[in-house]
Design a protein around this ligand. Structure first.
Ligand code: IPM
Ligand code: MN
Length: 372
């Protein structure tokens, strides 16, 4: 298969984790005989520095014509503490989502048995956690009308949703639930917000066409608590933009490190894949950032194009790295492996299952791996 992929490494640790994801995609190309063509684009603070824009037109044009986008991270502390900054790196990502119509953000959360001790929660609580968040991504308070009065003392952000915006992601979430454990939880604040009441109404109605899926509702404050008390109760979570942003950061630590979680943003014929972690500027160029979230995002990209065996080969290689302790310092402070060594190991272990290659693990201790 031939595929054009735009690489948008962005800021902070973005470039180094994307480099590892590309290594793994190249291993997939070789192993499974595909051709992926990569083209780089500027985004975020890196783009502001060069062009004064967080999403230059050339990047948007590139993203519109490729099959898929692999995104690193954006954000730079020099903008975070300046409320008067007119341009911000984040605007680049928000504009990209809106322009490409990426209305569904899919964030799987899975606890690996080999990492269970890393979780801040008790083993018994997190064991077996495996859910996926469907976060609406192009509506709600993020994109509603923003106002500030003349003297800058009153500000507001409108949270608006239409039935159409709710129903298109709801169908995707129900379809996912049908293929999984057939449970869908809508997280909202319907006891207070009119927009949440519309979500409930629309989701209930759509639920009638998915009779095999058990639908339940949780207020977002309760959901935040349930996620810590009993995360394995969830299967598919559906929620609006802002609640999804908050809940997914909370969910991301259940498995031990935010550095493990990938995401896909899809809609209207475009698809973007990105690790859910941020740009972590303190770790930039230190070769310590965990590349696994970016690598698993590449696996989601493969899945999206029905390259299921290829995606599985990437995930198997990741599982191998985790079980052999080939991990970055966020997962083991004493680890001698850095971002690029973990990337090399995973790329080296991407194998075609049918040919069941035998791994020679003896060299792992040396920070190298070979396949015989
Ligand atoms: C995310 C991020 C973004 C968001 C920021 C960078 C705009 O936190 O993808 O979760 O809030 O959606
Ligand atoms: Mn977020």
């Amino acid at each position: 298969m031939k595929m054009n992929i735009a690489l948008l490494p962005g800021d902070g640790i973005g470039p180094e984790v994307i480099e590892q994801a590309v290594k793994c995609l190249q291993a997939v190309e070789e192993t499974f005989n595909h051709t992926f063509v990569y083209k780089e684009g500027l985004v975020g603070a890196a783009a502001i520095d060069k062009t004064k824009e967080p999403l230059p037109d050339s990047t948007l044009r590139l993203c519109k014509k490729v099959d898929a986008i692999l995104f690193g991270a954006i954000g730079d502390p020099k903008y975070d503490n300046d409320p008067n900054a007119k341009v911000r790196p984040e605007q680049g990502l928000l504009k990209l989502r809106k322009e490409l119509g990426l209305f569904a953000n899919i964030r799987p959360v899975k606890v690996y048995d080999s990492l269970i001790d890393k979780s801040p929660l008790k083993k018994d609580i997190v064991k077996g956690t495996d859910f996926v968040i469907y976060r609406e991504l192009t509506g709600g308070i993020y994109f509603g009308e923003k106002k500030v009065n003349e003297n800058g003392t009153i500000a507001s952000d409108l949270c608006e949703y239409s039935e159409m915006e709710i129903s298109r992601i709801t169908h995707l979430a129900f379809k996912a639930a049908n293929k999984r454990n057939k449970k869908l939880t809508l997280i909202d604040k319907a006891n207070v917000l009119e927009s949440s009441r519309l979500w409930r109404k629309v989701v209930k109605k759509i639920g009638e066409s998915y009779p095999d899926v058990a639908l339940n509702f949780l207020f977002v404050d309760n959901a935040a608590m349930q996620m810590i008390l009993n995360p394995s109760q969830f299967d598919v979570i559906l929620t609006e933009n802002m609640f999804g942003d908050i809940i997914s950061d909370e969910a991301s630590v259940i498995g031990g490190s935010i550095g493990l979680l990938p995401s896909a943003s899809i809609g209207n014929g475009h698809a973007l894949f990105e690790p859910i972690h941020g740009s972590f500027p303190q770790a930039k160029s230190e070769n310590t950032a965990n590349p696994i979230a970016a690598i698993l995002s590449a696996a989601m990209l493969l899945d999206h194009f029905h390259l299921t065996e290829e995606a599985e080969a990437v995930r198997m290689a990741v599982a191998k790295a985790l079980s052999k302790g080939v991990v970055t310092p966020d997962l083991n402070p004493k680890s001698k492996f850095g971002t690029s060594q973990v990337g090399d190991f995973i790329a080296d272990h991407i194998v075609d299952d049918e040919h069941a290659l035998i791994m020679n693990d003896e060299n792992i201790g040396l920070g190298r791996s070979t396949i015989i």
